[in-house]
Design a protein around this ligand. Structure first.
Ligand SMILES: Cc1ncc(COP(=O)(O)O)c(C=O)c1O
Length: 387
């Protein structure tokens, strides 16, 4: 049987790839420090778990919901957007999805045909080009500029737009750099999208980890936001519910109307239990979320101050919520070679830079959001000693 060359040519998921290295590593007694996958290391709030266990006995919980999600849940989410973004969305602007991952698929299949182009800021979240490649959509990559800390440059991005471009894609806060695109830059990108009659897609999976809970941008307050803005979010990291697959797509009513055709064939709906978890979180956990955000900020400060000590030959190129993006000192070696050495010699699991974009072999991504504050000095010590 022949497989689609579009999928055969896509690289295997990098997190699975590096986790396989663990099986081959010699047992030298060092405890593994996992800086690989961006998963909050803490459990969901106990009240949330109690609430969900009570709900499980309700027979309705095992049934489908409407494709877009339960109205009461989407209305609660609209209230949350009022608090977070300063604008009350309409429930018709929202489709609940199987994580932000599926929201991205809905966005791109609604916008693009095979052969169309999307301008993607590098370093990118590796799942995005994987999806584009599988669908035959061409990613056109805006290069990472270390001096700009990985911030998107609107002039560069506009220069990459052609008559086949359907969208600009940015992730803010960024995975892998942690960089937060300034609200005014988001606005500039939106104006570019408007001028070229294309979409600006912003993946805001980490929006609750912006220090101080600052508003990510003001696009939703533009009465015509839906004509050119597509927003992707996840409650997975926010409520430590990554396994519940709690994603969301927000777009114009017309966009959501068409996206629901794909939703119906891909997933039908987000599981009801997930929807209730999100609603309960939104109604009860603003303070819990804020406390975790502060904790992540402290981890970031500590990581940065430890990592930038003069004795470390790894260089911090960018960092922010959850992530550090570092340049390794071994010129001529790929990120993969160094990430493998880190597993074998230092029991550190992290991702090689090249999975986040072409030409990024000199970098590594460290998801320090996975480890507790007291483990950070030891993690950094292992980097220092390796070099
Ligand atoms: C930028 C970005 N988008 C989307 C996702 C996937 O989120 P979800 O688990 O909600 O599908 C991740 C997960 O790490 C991510 O980093």
């Amino acid at each position: 049987m022949n497989l689609s060359p579009l999928i055969s040519n896509v690289h295997f998921p990098p997190i699975s790839e590096v986790k396989r290295w663990l099986a081959e590593r010699p047992d030298d007694g060092q405890e593994l420090i996992d800086l690989c996958q961006a998963v909050p290391d803490y459990a969901p709030a106990p009240e949330l778990m109690e609430h969900l266990s009570r709900l499980l006995s309700d027979p309705l919980m095992s049934k489908y919901s409407p494709d877009e999600g339960l109205l009461e849940v989407r209305e609660a989410i609209c209230g949350y957007y009022g608090r977070k973004y300063g604008t009350q969305l309409s429930s018709a602007n929202i489709c609940l999805t199987i994580g932000a991952s599926q929201a991205f698929w809905l966005a791109i299949v609604t916008l693009c045909r095979a052969g169309d182009e999307i301008v993607v800021q590098a370093p990118y979240y590796f799942d995005h080009p994987m999806a584009l490649d599988i669908l035959g959509i061409c990613g056109v990559y805006a290069p990472f500029v270390e001096a700009d800390g990985g911030m998107p440059d609107p002039v560069t991005i506009e220069g990459l737009i052609t008559d086949r471009t359907r969208a600009i894609l940015v992730v803010s806060p960024s995975n892998p750099t942690g960089a937060i695109t300034l609200p005014e830059t988001v606005r500039e990108l939106f104006e570019i999208a408007r001028r070229h009659n294309i979409a600006l897609i912003v993946d805001e999976t980490y929006n609750e980890f912006i220090p101080g809970g600052v508003r990510p941008h003001d696009l939703f307050s533009d009465p015509a936001w839906g004509d050119h803005f597509v927003h992707i979010a996840s409650f997975g990291k926010t409520y430590a519910l990554t396994g519940y697959r709690a994603g969301l797509l927000a777009a114009s009513e017309e966009f959501i109307h068409h996206a629901l055709k794909a939703q119906d064939t891909m997933a039908v709906c987000q599981p009801r239990i997930t929807q209730h978890a999100v609603k309960f979180g939104i109604e009860n956990f603003d303070q819990w979320v804020a406390a975790n955000r502060e904790m992540m900020s402290r981890r970031h400060d500590l990581f940065r101050s430890e990592f930038t000590q003069p004795s470390n030959q790894f260089q911090l190129a960018a960092s922010g919520a959850f992530f550090a993006w570092v340049r390794h000192p071994f010129s001529g070696c790929s990120g993969r070679q160094i990430a493998k050495r880190l597993v074998d010699e230092a029991a550190i699991l992290c991702l090689p830079g090249e999975v986040f974009g072409p030409g990024l072999e000199g970098y590594l991504r460290l998801a320090f959001g996975n480890i507790q504050e007291d483990a950070i000095p030891e993690a950094v010590r292992r980097f220092r000693e390796m070099a």
